[in-house]
Write a new protein. Structure first.
Length: 143
């Protein structure tokens, strides 16, 4: 197996050459100037913030749905005071999660190279803003 370039003497690899090349490649300094990209072409920070943003949106949506269910159950069974209190706590959690989600949205929008789809963004804004607007309007808390 002769690996000779067009000019120069023929080169015959020895047994330890591949091991030496592997060690040299391991010792070579890495270029830290470029950002590490994931398979999606985004930075790890952008992907992490996007996942965190979507988790807050899902948390807000889940808290809203459970609040509506608990509120309906409390209206049909008014003797269950703990359900009403739990609905109020979940409502406040939805409003707090909505604030966090709305604060994360411009950060995610700016960091990502490929912006989130407009439908998902509009849904996230509506889901996050709904409990905040209802809280400011005074609807939903209390019995």
């Amino acid at each position: 197996m002769c690996l000779s370039p067009s000019l120069g003497p023929p080169y015959y690899p020895r047994i330890g050459d591949s091991f030496k090349l592997a060690i040299m490649a391991h010792r070579m300094p890495k270029n830290d100037d470029h950002e590490a990209l994931t398979r999606s072409g985004e930075t790890r920070m952008a992907d992490a913030l996007t996942v965190f943003w979507m988790i807050t949106v899902m948390q807000v949506l889940l808290c809203e749905l459970v609040t509506v269910a608990f509120r309906w159950y409390f209206l049909t069974h008014p003797e269950q005071q703990t359900i009403g209190a739990l609905a109020d706590v979940l409502y406040l959690c939805a409003a707090l999660g909505g604030c966090i989600s709305l604060l994360l949205l411009p950060v995610v929008w700016r960091m990502r190279r490929v912006k989130p789809p407009m439908g998902i963004t509009v849904f996230a804004v509506v889901a996050a803003a709904l409990p905040i607007l209802l809280l400011l309007a005074g609807v939903g808390l209390g019995r």
